[in-house]
Design a protein around this ligand. Structure first.
Ligand SMILES: Nc1ncnc2c1ncn2[C@@H]1O[C@H](COP(=O)(O)OP(=O)(O)OP(=O)(O)O)[C@@H](O)[C@H]1O
Ligand SMILES: [Mg+2]
Length: 377
């Protein structure tokens, strides 16, 4: 039943019910008085309300009429008051529900009132905002997926075109000397490796995103771990004519809790960015420095490469974000390296941040928690 109908019925019940009850009582009283069925004292008390013919006197009739009018007025005021307090918000909610049904989430039903209807409106408003955010996240995700597919298609297409070209060259007999054949096969091999790396990265990314990576956390001696790491990196970078400086200011017996393989992945990813985004006009240099910052160790990896523009800095850890947006840029990549790094560091209970200046260089800093023996009580 509609609220309006309910209130009209309430109005009649409020006004008619007392009138009926009153009439019945009065009739009963009248017949009692007429039949003189009560004692003398009571009879004297009630008889002043009746005239000689046994009907109610004028004063009583007027009094009843005035009572009825007051009752009706009060009922009307109350019903209008209740209706006006509820109806506009109900109307807003009805419109809001209709809008949501139609897929329109750009409206507001927020209310500043303190009554129950305002609470319902505010709860509805919260629901609308949540729905809107979900819809936006879904659209963003879809856009990201589309970007990923087009990036993967592009990144896979480049080595495939090369592999196809060199394989055709060999089939057509263009590689007619053992040296040429060797060169062609080597290029095909390198391009296949590139594709393999990309596919591995994507698989890793999707595993990381769905928390499928089983971490193998261990107690690691920071000095020993980085000594090995630097030895390996040093050789690699030396071959590419990049200088590597390393300084470790942490106590030699400090332990950290980390997955050695994933920690290696973090360092490898950051260093590979430093290498990829080097400048050609200055001798390349990478610096790794490790500091003690209380409960954590802070690892800083700096380069003197091309740097990141200030407006790109907040986004470099976002998946698929590439500051150098052009997919044709010489430095290939999918823009997922740093998002993997961030996720692994956060899974280790640490955090990562970056500082950079264009044409001067970039510093990636991250912290990893130290291992601490729980105190013996
Ligand atoms: N050391 C750096 N110097 C300059 N720019 C950097 C550096 N590290 C990251 N960037 C910028 O941040 C972006 C995101 O880096 P990220 O490692 O996530 O992706 P990518 O290197 O482009 O691709 P991928 O790592 O997936 O191969 C890069 O595209 C690059 O523009
Ligand atoms: Mg990268």
């Amino acid at each position: 039943m509609k609220l309006k109908n309910r209130l009209i019925i309430s109005f009649f019940i409020i006004t008619i019910a007392p009138v009926l009850i009153f009439t019945i009582l009065v009739q009963a009283l009248k017949s009692i008085v007429m039949q003189k069925a009560i004692n003398e004292r009571m009879l004297n008390l009630f008889s002043k309300y009746f005239d000689e013919s046994g009907e109610f006197n004028e004063l009583v009739v007027n009094f009843c009429f005035a009572g009825l009018v007051i009752l009706m007025l009060t009922a009307i005021i109350m019903i209008v008051w209740i209706y006006r307090g509820v109806a506009p918000q109900l109307k807003t909610l009805k419109l809001a529900a209709y809008n949501i049904k139609e897929g329109n989430l750009d409206f507001s039903v927020a209310s500043s009132g303190k009554d129950e209807m305002s609470e319902v409106c505010n709860a509805f408003e919260d629901m609308r905002i949540r729905l809107k955010n979900n819809a936006k996240d879904r659209l963003d995700d879809e856009a990201e997926q589309r970007a990923l597919i087009s990036n993967i298609a592009h990144d896979l297409k480049t080595p495939i075109t090369a592999i196809k070209g060199y394989a055709e060259g060999m089939l057509d007999g263009v590689a007619d000397t053992p040296e040429k054949r060797d060169k062609y096969v080597r290029t095909i091999y390198n391009k296949a490796n590139e594709m393999n790396t990309l596919i591995n990265e994507l698989t890793l990314y999707s595993n990381i995103d769905t928390n499928k990576i089983p971490y193998n956390f261990q107690k690691l001696n920071l000095h020993a771990y980085f000594a090995d790491c630097i030895e390996e990196l040093g050789m690699d970078l030396e071959n590419q004519h990049i200088r590597l400086d390393y300084s470790n200011f942490v106590d030699p017996d400090v332990l950290i809790i980390a997955d050695p393989e994933q920690l290696g992945r973090i360092i490898h990813n950051i260093i590979s960015n430093s290498v990829k985004y080097m400048r050609a006009d200055v001798p390349s240099k990478i610096e790794i420095s490790i500091k003690d910052v209380g409960d954590f160790v802070q690892i800083e990896i700096s380069d003197n490469g091309r740097g990141i523009a200030t407006h790109d800095l907040p986004y470099v850890f976002d998946r698929f974000y590439r500051a150098d947006a052009s997919r044709n840029s010489a430095a290939g990549g999918s823009g997922i390296g740093l998002s993997i790094v961030k996720k692994i560091i956060e899974d280790h209970g640490g955090k990562i941040w970056v500082t950079s200046k264009e044409n001067e260089g970039t510093t990636m800093c991250f912290v990893i928690r130290k291992y601490q023996e729980s105190p013996i009580v």
